[in-house]
Write a protein that binds this ligand. Structure first.
Ligand SMILES: NC(=O)C1=CN([C@@H]2O[C@H](COP(=O)(O)OP(=O)(O)OC[C@H]3O[C@@H](n4cnc5c(N)ncnc54)[C@H](OP(=O)(O)O)[C@@H]3O)[C@@H](O)[C@H]2O)C=CC1
Ligand SMILES: CC(=O)N[C@@H](CCC(=O)OP(=O)(O)O)C(=O)O
Length: 336
């Protein structure tokens, strides 16, 4: 199976290629970029030695056509035009946000411009998603924050044990912001400091989290989401909470919800930490009850570039193509 990666010089593109180099059914075809087209991949992804001499092509439909699978790891708003020109037989996997949202008003408010449509959503662990991914030729990969937040709260909302009004705080590593130069991500700004941003319900992942949880709960879910930037290259640690409507064995609800999921690990003896998930497609999570506050509290850790993007893309590709879901993916992290 020949694959192409649009945006191969970026963080998500690099992680896709790291995983795809270990996928037994994949042959790596075209690799494209924006301004860095014409330069060797090794200059941008020195960890991908087997591909170091490959020269990046321009991100055009012509260069990406003729592959069985095309991954698009491009900035928001750039995937739709490319995807439209790729034939219906090509599996197109968009790591950006262009095809995630269902509601036109949400799209207009949070992104704007023409809405390219909604594709099957690459978070197989949410009810109904795995079936929609099977055999599809178009996949929208979730945002990294919605992955942690949705997996943290879905079992409780599905079981109906919490109010549909949730609070989520997620600490993220800096690679979540992409590779292009951003003054607030300069080492001197980030090192030795954690800082909140997108505060007060202004982050564009808020509607995506609400969309996922609303679908699970069968009712509108209000989401108060705060992202926090931390001085680490990768990883997301999410703390999510909601008021309980009844006394329940939350540990058992979470254990059962994810018992058959190869990539979601419910911890019993320790609390999730990002370091344990680095480079792995695992989400580690644990739920408990804050008895005095009468709230469910869930902590979830994942690698924003693996399960948060590229790993989810490969996992979803496997499902779409009828391959074993775990092919080319690991739950083994890198530590310390
Ligand atoms: N980083 C993360 O944790 C996550 C990222 N994503 C999504 O994945 C996508 C890529 O993100 P990320 O890898 O972090 O971003 P990067 O900035 O690291 O990479 C962007 C890639 O797109 C290319 N590119 C930029 N502008 C253009 C253009 N005008 N035309 C064609 N190619 C272009 C860049 O090429 P060049 O080097 O030439 O500029 C580079 O290869 C985004 O949509 C992002 O939202 C999703 C979930 C998590
Ligand atoms: C730390 C950081 O800046 N993170 C990014 C989220 C990256 C991501 O998941 O997602 P998209 O695919 O939706 O861009 C941000 O807050 O914009």
């Amino acid at each position: 199976m020949r694959i192409a990666v649009g945006g191969a010089s970026g963080y998500a593109g690099g992680e896709l290629l790291r995983l795809l180099l270990g996928h037994p059914d994949v042959e790596i075809g075209a690799l494209t970029a924006g301004g860095n087209a014409g330069t060797p991949l090794g200059r941008h992804q020195p960890h991908l030695l087997p591909l170091a001499d490959r020269v990046l092509a321009d991100t055009t439909t012509e260069n990406l056509a003729g592959h069985d699978v095309v991954f698009l790891a491009l900035p928001h708003g750039h995937s739709a035009a490319v995807a439209k020109e790729l034939g219906p037989d090509t599996l197109v996997i968009d790591c950006g946000a262009d095809h995630r949202l269902v509601d036109q008003d949400d799209w207009n408010r949070w992104y704007g411009g023409e809405h390219a449509g909604t594709w099957p959503y690459g978070l197989p662990e949410l009810p109904g998603n795995r079936e929609k991914l099977t055999g599809t030729k178009r996949i929208a990969v979730p945002g990294c924050y919605p992955t942690g937040a949705s997996l943290a709260l879905a079992p409780a909302l599905l079981a109906g044990i919490v109010e549909p009004d949730v609070v989520v705080t997620s600490v993220s590593g800096t690679s979540g912001a992409g590779k292009s130069l951003k003054p607030h991500l300069l080492g001197s700004e980030v090192m030795g400091s954690a800082s909140a941003y997108g505060v007060g319900g202004t982050h564009r992942h808020t509607p995506e989290i609400a969309q996922n949880l609303g679908r699970v709960a069968g009712t509108t879910v209000t989401v108060s989401f705060t992202p926090v930037l931390a001085p680490m290259p990768r990883g997301i640690l999410t703390t999510a909470s909601a008021r309980l409507t009844e006394d329940s064995d939350v540990e058992e609800i979470y254990r059962e919800a994810y018992a058959d999921e190869p990539f979601v690990h419910v911890l019993e003896d320790s609390w999730p930490a990002t370091a344990a998930t680095l480079g792995s497609n695992a989400v580690q999570l644990r739920a408990t009850v804050d008895r005095d506050a009468h709230r469910l509290v869930v902590v979830a850790a994942l690698d924003n570039l693996t399960k948060g993007t590229a790993g989810a893309a490969v996992q979803s590709m496997n499902i779409a193509l009828g391959l074993p879901e775990t092919t080319g993916l690991t739950t083994v992290g890198v530590a310390p």
